[in-house]
Ligand binder design. Structure first.
Ligand SMILES: NC(=O)c1ccc[n+]([C@@H]2O[C@H](COP(=O)([O-])OP(=O)(O)OC[C@H]3O[C@@H](n4cnc5c(N)ncnc54)[C@H](O)[C@@H]3O)[C@@H](O)[C@H]2O)c1
Length: 319
């Protein structure tokens, strides 16, 4: 078989939406959709396949056999329980850590060279579990991080300022969760610092930053309250990461990675800017942060480190 192949593990709400986004984005030549429930994988794959004749020359194949993932350039992992209303992403940790480690074991066996992108929540802690348990080098493992949070923020900020979101540059970093935060100190609109950009009438910079920080953090829960899960937004974000890998785009995304030593926050995994290409995480970039932002990053790191350590203390299997 020739052409690029990407696999998605888990054909639930998120996994099937990711597979569909990969097809819509023509991110690769073939998508393999895995679920332990083969009927579910078939139902979702066949439904997505029905649109392919109208769109492109891609292929989508359902499977319940990890061996069919051999030859994948990238694998997206979406299996696991999802948070219900009022439940934080961190509460999912116990159940999803064991599942993640088991899936990573299968991927190490059948596609040891693939770039693996974790999506299951809490994504930062599960990416750390994956890095700790996998035999593949750390640059081939990343979590979806705060890519989605950043897209949400840029969309909203662009709208408020009356500027195309592509020209709004502001990173959201840290935990994909309650302690994430935008790096306002380096925000620019085009090449103009946000603090020098004309804001809407009667809006102060601090008001705007506070409101957008809160709405960005709340967005996932707002969707969860209304439809019970989230899928399309994260799927679009993940499909863009995958495309950057398959096409070796060298794009900068805030993915979950082991923090570089220079941040001084220890061996914690959280959303930070990285150059993404064929080799996965090709470079971890260093951000200059304000003192407040340094404290926020420290706080986010503490939340995630505590969660990771609670897992070890509870003796949850990560084998
Ligand atoms: N990172 C993000 O931005 C983001 C966004 C949305 C959802 N998520 C996470 O993605 C994950 C999946 O969400 P969903 O809505 O698709 O859930 P879902 O319940 O619709 O699908 C989960 C899939 O996992 C499979 N699964 C469950 N337990 C398994 C096990 N022990 N072994 C193998 N497969 C198993 C199921 O068969 C199912 O297909 C959740 O952890 C959710 O929190 C992450």
């Amino acid at each position: 078989m020739t052409g690029s192949m990407v696999s998605v593990v888990g054909a639930g709400h998120v996994g099937s939406a990711v597979a569909n986004a990969l097809v819509l984005l023509r991110a690769c030549d073939r998508v393999v959709l895995f679920d332990r429930d083969s009927a579910r994988a078939e139902g979702e794959a066949w439904d997505i396949a029905d649109a392919i004749p109208l769109l492109s020359e891609m292929e989508i194949l359902p499977t319940a056999d990890y061996a069919d993932l051999s030859g994948s350039e990238a694998v997206v992992v979406t299996v696991g329980a999802t948070s219900g209303p009022g439940q934080s992403r961190l509460e999912l940790l116990g159940s999803n850590a064991g599942i993640t480690a088991a899936v990573i074991g299968e991927l190490d066996r059948f596609c040891p060279d693939a770039v693996v992108i974790l999506v299951s929540n809490p994504v930062d802690v599960l990416t750390r579990v994956a890095i700790e348990t996998s035999t593949r080098p750390a640059h081939l493992l990343m979590g979806a991080g705060t890519v989605l949070d950043g897209a949400r923020l840029r969309q909203r900020l662009g709208k408020l300022l009356g500027v195309e979101k592509e020209d709004v540059h502001v990173y959201v970093i840290g935990e994909h969760g309650d302690s994430s935060f935008p790096v306002w100190s380096s925000a620019t609109v085009g090449a103009i610092r946000l603090e020098n950009f004309r804001l809407p009438e009667s809006t102060s910079l601090s008001q705007l930053e506070d409101e957008l920080t809160a709405t960005t953090r709340r967005r996932g829960l707002d969707i969860l309250d209304r439809k019970g899960f989230t899928s399309y937004g994260v799927a679009g974000a993940v499909a863009r990461i995958v495309r950057a890998v398959v096409r070796d785009e060298k794009r900068i995304f805030m993915v979950s990675v082991l923090a570089a030593e220079e941040y001084g926050i220890g061996d914690v995994v959280l959303g930070l800017p990285c150059v993404i290409g064929r080799a996965g995480v090709e470079r971890r970039l260093l951000l200059t942060l304000s003192e407040d932002e340094e404290r926020s990053l420290q706080r986010s790191a503490e939340v995630l480190d505590t969660a990771y350590r609670s897992l070890a203390a509870a003796g949850s299997s990560t084998e």
